[in-house]
Design a protein around this ligand. Structure first.
Ligand code: SF4
Length: 495
C-alpha cells in the first residue's frame, strides 16, 4: 500500500497521473509552476470540445443514469453524490467520483451488473491507444481500492467506419473494447508509479529531464515553450524529410543547423543546411519550367476550408470527416490577364455541401487548369462530394482530372529558400518569396482557426454583427490563400 499523501502537492488525479507517465517534469510543473503552461492552442480547444461532446453522447449508450456534475475544487460534494447514488440503487452513474489514497477519478460511465460494477472510459478518438489502457487501469486501481467491486473495464471510442444515415445509431457509432485484462496487469506498476511521482513532487527542483520525443507523445506537452526556449531558429529540429535522427544530433551537442557537419547529411536535408548556411535560394530552372509548361488557361487557384465533427452532423458523414464549407477561387483567362475572384461561405448551422458544390461547379470556367496547394486535400473533398451527390459525379471528375499541385515545386525542391526553414507549407513559403505578404496579424491565420471560426459562426446565428465580422475574417483568410498562390506562380514564372 503506498503511503498516504502528506500534502495537497501529493494528491493526484487521473490526468495528473497520465501527465506524470508522459514526463515527470511536466507533472512537477503542473503542480509547482503552472504559470509556465503555454496558452491553449486551437487544436487543444478542439480536442476538449470533442471530448465533451462525445462523452455526453456516449451516456445514451446506457440511458437513464444519474449525473454527478463536476464542481471545481470541491470533490467532497461529488464523492457524497456518488455514494448516495450507489446507496439508492442507481444502476448507471455518469461521472461517478471516487478517491483512494489521495487519487481522485471521475468515471465516464459506471454501470451496475449482477456481480459488481463495469467501468466505461469514453474517448473521442477513433482507435484504442496505449494511454487509454493506462487511464482505464488507474480507474480500476482507485475504484477497487475504494472498495467498489469492478467486474470489467471498457474503453469506448468512435468507430471511424460508421456512416450516418438518418438518426444516429449509437451502437454503430461507438466501439466498445474490453481492457479488463490490460487494466489488471498494470495494478502493481501503478502503485510503484504513484510512489515515484510523489517522491519526485517532494523535490525542491524539477527533475532533470531534457526535451525528447516524449514532448509530443502521446500528447503535445503544454510546457513546450518553456522547455524548448533554448532551441534557436534554423535548428536541427527544422531538418525536413527523412534522414538523420534529430534528437540524436541534439544529444550529441548539435543544436543549430550550422553545428552539423555537412557530410552527416544527405539529399534534401543537406540542401537545406547548405541553403541556411549561405542564406540562399536554390532554383532548378529546368524542372521548374517543366512544371510551369504543364499549366494552361483559364488558370484557376482554388482553396477549400473545412470543418470536422467527432459526431457526424449530417447524412453520409463519418466521424471527423472533413466537410467543405468555404472556398476561394481566383482565376485568369489568359497569361497576365485580369484576375477574377469568386468565393463561397456557407450560412451557419446548415449542411453546406450541396450549395458548395453547385456554386463551385458554376464558378470554375469550363476546361480550366486548377491549381491547389496540396491537391490531395481538395481532391479528397471533391471525391466525397461526388460520392454523396452522384448527379454531379461527371462534372466533379472533370475538375479532379484538371487539378495540378502547386506544392510540387516547393516540396520537390525545384525552388527552395533558406527562409522556408525546411517547410513547404504555404504559410512558410509565401513570406519566403513574396515580400510584404504573410499570414501574420490576420484574425484567422490557419486552417485550424478557420475551423474554429466555423463552429463559432454556428453559435452566433442570433448575433448578426459578430457573425458578420467573423464571416469577413473567414473570407479574408481564404482569399489570402488563393491570392498567395497567384503571387507564387508569378514568382515561379520569373525564375
Ligand atoms: S516540454 Fe518535454 S521535457 Fe518539458 S515538461 Fe513537457 S514533456 Fe517534459
Amino acid at each position: 500500500m503506498p503511503p498516504r499523501p502528506k500534502s495537497p502537492i501529493h494528491s493526484l488525479s487521473k490526468s495528473l497521473y497520465i501527465r506524470g507517465l508522459q514526463c515527470r517534469k511536466a507533472l512537477y510543473f503542473e503542480k509547482h509552476r503552472p504559470e509556465l503552461r503555454d496558452e491553449l492552442t486551437t487544436d487543444a480547444k478542439a480536442r476538449f470540445a470533442a471530448g465533451n461532446q462525445v462523452g455526453e453522447l456516449a451516456r445514451d449508450l446506457f440511458p437513464g443514469g444519474e449525473l454527478v456534475p463536476y464542481v471545481k475544487d470541491d470533490f467532497a460534494i461529488q464523492f457524497k453524490q456518488t455514494s448516495d447514488a450507489v446507496a439508492s440503487g442507481k444502476r448507471v452513474i455518469y461521472e461517478a467520483s471516487f478517491e483512494h489514497d489521495g487519487i481522485t477519478v471521475k468515471v465516464d460511465i459506471l454501470r451496475k451488473v449482477a456481480k459488481g460494477w463495469q467501468i466505461y472510459e469514453v474517448k473521442s478518438g477513433t482507435a484504442l491507444k496505449e494511454v487509454h489502457e493506462h487511464d482505464a487501469a488507474l480507474q480500476y486501481f482507485v475504484l477497487t481500492g475504494a472498495g467498489i467491486p469492478v467486474t470489467r473495464v471498457f474503453v469506448v471510442h468512435l468507430n471511424s467506419e460508421y456512416v450516418r444515415r438518418g438518426d444516429l445509431d449509437l451502437a454503430q457509432l461507438f466501439t466498445v473494447v474490453d481492457v479488463t485484462k490490460e487494466a489488471k496487469a498494470q495494478q502493481a506498476e501503478i502503485a510503484k508509479e504513484i510512489a515515484a511521482q510523489r517522491k519526485m513532487l517532494s523535490g525542491k527542483k524539477p527533475p532533470k529531464i531534457d526535451i525528447g520525443p516524449h514532448c509530443s507523445i502521446p500528447y503535445e506537452c503544454d510546457f513546450g515553450e518553456h522547455c524548448w526556449q533554448h532551441i534557436p531558429e534554423n535548428s536541427v529540429f527544422d531538418l525536413a524529410g527523412k534522414g538523420v535522427d534529430q534528437f540524436e544530433l541534439y544529444r550529441n551537442g548539435m543544436v543549430s543547423l550550422k553545428d552539423v557537419p555537412l557530410d552527416l547529411l544527405k539529399g534534401k536535408q543537406r540542401q537545406q543546411a547548405e541553403a541556411a548556411a549561405k542564406k540562399k535560394v536554390i532554383v532548378d530552372r529546368e524542372r521548374l519550367r517543366k512544371f510551369l509548361d504543364q499549366l494552361w488557361y483559364p488558370l484557376c487557384f482554388l482553396d477549400f476550408e473545412t470543418f470536422q465533427s467527432p459526431v457526424p452532423p449530417y447524412d453520409g458523414l463519418r466521424p471527423y470527416q472533413q466537410v467543405p464549407f468555404q472556398y476561394s477561387l481566383h482565376y485568369q483567362k489568359r497569361q497576365n490577364g485580369k484576375l477574377y475572384h469568386r468565393e463561397f461561405l456557407t450560412a451557419p448551422a446548415t449542411d453546406p455541401r450541396e450549395e458548395f458544390i453547385e456554386r463551385l461547379l458554376a464558378d470554375i470556367p469550363e476546361g480550366s487548369c486548377i491549381l491547389a496547394y496540396y491537391k490531395a486535400f481538395e481532391i479528397g473533398r471533391l471525391k466525397e462530394l461526388a460520392e454523396h451527390f452522384p448527379r454531379y459525379r461527371k462534372k466533379i471528375q472533370a475538375i479532379i482530372d484538371n487539378v495540378v499541385d502547386l506544392i510540387e515545386p516547393f516540396q520537390q525542391r525545384m525552388i527552395y529558400s533558406w527562409k522556408q526553414r525546411g517547410s513547404h507549407s504555404i504559410k512558410q513559403v509565401l513570406p519566403a518569396f513574396v515580400k510584404g505578404m504573410s499570414y501574420e496579424g490576420m484574425t484567422i491565420s490557419d486552417g485550424g482557426e478557420a475551423m474554429e471560426a466555423y463552429h463559432e459562426m454556428c453559435a452566433l446565428v442570433d448575433r448578426p454583427e459578430e457573425l458578420a465580422e467573423l464571416r469577413q475574417a473567414l473570407l479574408e483568410y481564404c482569399r489570402q490563400d488563393t491570392l498567395a498562390m497567384v503571387r507564387l506562380v508569378e514568382i515561379l514564372e520569373r525564375q
